[in-house]
Write a protein that binds this ligand. Structure first.
Ligand code: PLP
Length: 436
């Protein structure tokens, strides 16, 4: 695992394959591929070594300044080589200082909230979020007396006004799931900066972005000034639809807090799920996404030309309302425009009921008849997936609220895979011919 080269001499895409030139996490110098580590507990040799391994977790959660690293493995829930090598590579991919993985994306989201917000504090969230994050904030946090305020993050004045002395976190996704609306990351960072100028470290406001839709291939929010990024590893970072996982990437000081949180709340990423993400997912991210981006553009343009569709929302389209922001914010490691692999469209229809009926018919036809498109939730897979957010991923948001927050009852979400663009377009056209 020792190589003399310095990491910056090589392109980010190459580093997604090899990771750090050297890692202390596990010395497997004669393996080309890191072995799957499968041991829930570790032999310690002496009590002294055992005690050393626990030092990392021995401090108080309120202390922001602790810096410790235990290169000793004790028990899988505390740390283990496969996920720690994956964490090093994910931190690099997101251009952050450190990363801690979790069992799912939701476990990662609840962990970052867990270390930043406690009873009596407030989270400000964009008015539209992934359904389960919405449910976490709506159904659970009030029980813990954590207040969540919903604001349109593209309205900086409203965002600034919503901040109170108790605010600890500004939380959002961009692109927004499922509408593909973008939030201007740098403007949110600016709002936080203005307020933080007058705050002590203990009362700082932290910015958190869920980067699941874009993945670090299309956008790196930390490089734009964001404090923390969360990703569901289940989606584009795994890429093949085989494993679940989540990650929090953030500043160095947060590492111990996240590790302590993970140890005590227990949502660790299974070793056997860390391995495929490390060995297949991350190394193939760039090549998968470059192809999927090209296909997404073709599919979006074809849908836009179809008279049966009223709205196609894809940041790569010239008609996309935030086109210039998209070009600035969504870029691959070489600075190429990378507008993502998801698109959202609405069939024509005079009333919401009619649009919903058309969307249902279309998606149901696809579910039964399409070879290249599958009715399933999740996204970022090599297989193209279609779903109806209103009744599926976002069903925890009541229909009236959905309309208010920008989800049309007829809205359909499409996650583009690795099939030939022409085949996906053929299946979509066939479905429209038969259902509309
Ligand atoms: C899927 C998803 C999550 C949750 O991830 P899991 O791995 O399913 O827990 C969070 N945010 C977004 C945007 C997602 O698409």
């Amino acid at each position: 695992m020792k190589k003399k080269s310095k990491k910056k001499e090589y392109a980010a895409e190459t580093r997604l394959i090899y990771g750090k030139p050297y890692t202390a996490k596990w010395d497997y110098s004669h393996h080309l591929i890191p072995p799957i580590s499968s041991s829930s507990t570790y032999r310690l040799d002496t009590t002294k070594r055992g005690a050393k391994g626990f030092i990392e977790f021995a401090h108080h959660a309120e202390d922001f300044q602790v810096k410790s690293r235990a290169p000793i493995y004790i028990y899988d829930r505390l740390g283990e080589p496969n996920k720690e090598i994956l964490e090093e590579n994910l931190a690099m991919a997101e251009e952050g200082e450190c990363a801690v993985t979790f069992s799912t994306g939701m476990a990662a989201i609840s962990a970052v909230c867990g270390i930043l917000a406690g009873t009596g504090s407030e989270i400000i969230a964009h008015k539209m979020l992934y359904g389960c994050t919405y449910s976490l904030f709506k159904n659970w946090y009030p029980r813990y007396r954590i207040k969540v305020t919903w604001v349109d993050f593209n309205d900086q004045k409203a965002l600034s006004k919503a901040i109170t002395p108790q605010t600890r976190m500004l939380y959002f996704e961009t692109p927004v799931n499922p509408t593909m609306e973008l939030i201007d990351i740098q403007k949110v960072v600016e709002v936080a900066k203005q307020h933080n100028a007058h705050r002590s470290l203990q009362h700082r406001i932290f910015t958190v972005v869920d980067n699941t839709f874009a993945t670090p291939f299309c956008q790196r929010p930390i490089s734009l000034g964001i404090d923390f990024v969360v990703n569901s590893l289940t989606k584009g970072l795994c890429g093949f639809g085989t494993d679940m996982g989540g990650v929090v990437v953030g500043p160095e000081w947060s590492y111990d807090h996240l590790m302590l949180y993970r140890k005590d709340f227990g949502g660790v990423l299974a070793t056997k799920s860390a391995w495929p993400i490390l060995v297949y997912g991350l190394p193939s991210l760039a090549v998968r996404f470059r192809q999927q981006l090209e296909t997404a553009q073709k599919v979006a343009e074809s849908l836009e030309r179809d008279k049966r569709i009223s709205v196609v929302s894809y940041p790569g389209l010239d008609s996309f309302p935030q086109r210039s922001l998209a070009r600035e914010q969504m870029q691959d490691y070489d600075g190429n425009f990378a507008p993502g692999t998801l698109l959202y469209f609405i069939p024509k229809g005079k009333t919401p009921v009619e649009r919903k009926r058309r969307a249902d018919r279309l998606v149901n036809f696809i579910a039964k008849q399409s070879y290249t498109i599958t009715l399933a939730v999740s996204l970022g897979s090599i297989r193209t997936l279609i779903e109806h957010p209103g009744s599926m991923t976002h069903s925890s948001i009541p229909p009236q609220e959905q309309l208010k927050r920008g989800i049309d009852p007829g809205g359909v979400r499409l996650s583009i895979g690795l099939e030939k663009a022409e085949d996906i377009i053929y299946d979509l056209r066939k479905a429209m011919d038969n259902s509309m």
